[in-house]
Design a protein around this ligand. Sequence first.
Ligand SMILES: [Zn+2]
Length: 178
Amino acid sequence: MTEFFCDGILSDLNDLRWQILDAKEERWLKQKAFVNLYKSTLIVFKMNIPSWPKISTDILVVFHKSLEIFKENLTSSKIAFRLIEIQETLLGPEAFISTKMNANDIKDLAIHFEEYHNIGRFFDVDVIDNTGKMIERKIKRKCFLCSEQAIDCMRNQRHSPEEIKEYFDEKIANYLKS
Ligand SMILES: [Zn+2]
């Protein structure tokens, strides 16, 4: 491993791959630490951004606007919560929220947000129970662009990265105008 790093042939792409892995591991460790600390359900409110970089002025505005809406959804469902932290990493903006409510109920609310918020398809709201177990979606997510399952489009590379990015940028721009 050390030799691999020292031989000086690491391409930018490989470098990015390592950074992504690091950022994902850091998020995972943080989730684990928050679950242990608060002994509660943990919500990881994050976006599904199909291009690089995953942080821009527009993305941050959309993220914070949508986070406010998500928090209002929690409040109107009489769910007490604590916003622990908001961070910006290579993977995009993320908010960590804890609540004493049942993780399955919170997952239902998160799925409702992903389905019904104007640009909910661009959000990935993870819910982890107080033992650290990730609550899985029972119904698979639909693709951004078509009515097929997202995982199926990804596996079959049904859409080009350019097509997906164009769609994302257009929806984000429209949302910011609304
Ligand atoms: Zn599709």
